[in-house]
Write a protein that binds this ligand. Structure first.
Ligand code: SF4
Ligand code: SF4
Length: 123
């Protein structure tokens, strides 16, 4: 009996987590490579672990799907070399559908635009 209750509670929790995951904000992160000095602050302090350092000592958006558009990175970057745009609900829905298709081997996983740029002028 106790096991059944636990399973039911677990199912409710999964449902709640699914809802909150679906409703959470999501961001698109872009790093401007020519402005970035590779200090690593964004990589170190991103609360979601979205960024990693590449072999050249520059941040890479390794896990874009984890970004919650909290804007910690773009408000603390000393060189204004990283920018985050909060995605519209339609964009999140489209990316989620594409990710599901990619998971089924039906389509490549995609990003909404480039995630790493060597350009310095365009923002
Ligand atoms: S905080 Fe800015 S300058 Fe430092 S690594 Fe990140 S993008 Fe580059
Ligand atoms: S906006 Fe927040 S979650 Fe997204 S990469 Fe920047 S620090 Fe990480």
């Amino acid at each position: 009996m106790a096991t059944e209750e636990t399973a039911e509670e677990s199912a409710v929790q999964v449902h709640k987590e699914g809802k909150s995951r679906a409703a959470r904000p999501r961001g698109h992160v872009k790093v401007f490579g020519t402005w970035c000095k590779g200090c690593g602050i964004c990589v170190e302090f991103c609360p979601q672990g979205v960024l990693t350092m590449d072999s050249q000592g520059r941040p890479v958006v390794a896990f874009p799907e984890k970004c919650t558009a909290c804007h910690w990175c773009d408000t603390h970057c000393p060189d204004l070399a990283i920018i985050v745009r909060r995605l519209e609900p339609e964009e999140v829905k489209e990316l989620t559908e594409l990710a599901e298709l990619a998971g089924q081997g039906a389509a490549p996983a995609v990003q909404p635009g480039p995630v790493h740029s060597q350009e310095g002028g365009e923002r």
